[in-house]
Design a protein around this ligand. Sequence first.
Ligand SMILES: [Zn+2]
Length: 214
Amino acid sequence: MRVILLGPPGAGKGTQSKKLAKRTGQLHISTGDLLRENVSLGSELGQQAKGYMDKGALVPDELVIKMIAERIAQDDAKSGFILDGFPRTIKQAESLDKLLQEHSLKINYVIYLDTSEGIIIQRLSGRLVCSQCQGNFHAKNMPPKQEMICDYCGGSLYQRSDDNPQTISKRLDVYKDDSSPLIRYYDAQGILKRIDADRDAEPVLEEIVLLLKK
Ligand SMILES: [Zn+2]
């Protein structure tokens, strides 16, 4: 089973992907993590990516697709994977489809985590990030054991400067513009499933698990 998780910032893509991977035993591929791993290992693709990042430029789609290609060719991806953070555009979706076709594979489901703006603002504006391990916490929903200290590594927590209601609203507008063609693309293939992600993480996960069993 190969699944893509889509949704606006604050929909819980990362959380759900990790939980789903744990539950189903499938590989979780976060393109953000994949990029960081390649860079820190100094792989050939990682070195190329670093060249762009050092210049403050976006890493080109082809490079990200090559990293995904390498990753899904490994044994632990044979039974399927959950893709999180990619694709973001139709062009990326088409490149991904092409790559999978070359391996006689396809995406089975695209799960869209439908989340309302009020909930997103509430989630993101309370978000706290660790300055050392990038661990995520929430001032209300998931507070750290010690105030502003990371439970995992003891690093100090901070609030991202773009996690304020005004900026979040703007980010959501940008997301809507970028993602609606992508949603239509997968809807036309008949593989898009919408899940109400305004709820807590557990019931959302259960609904995804049920859906994938069908
Ligand atoms: Zn930490």
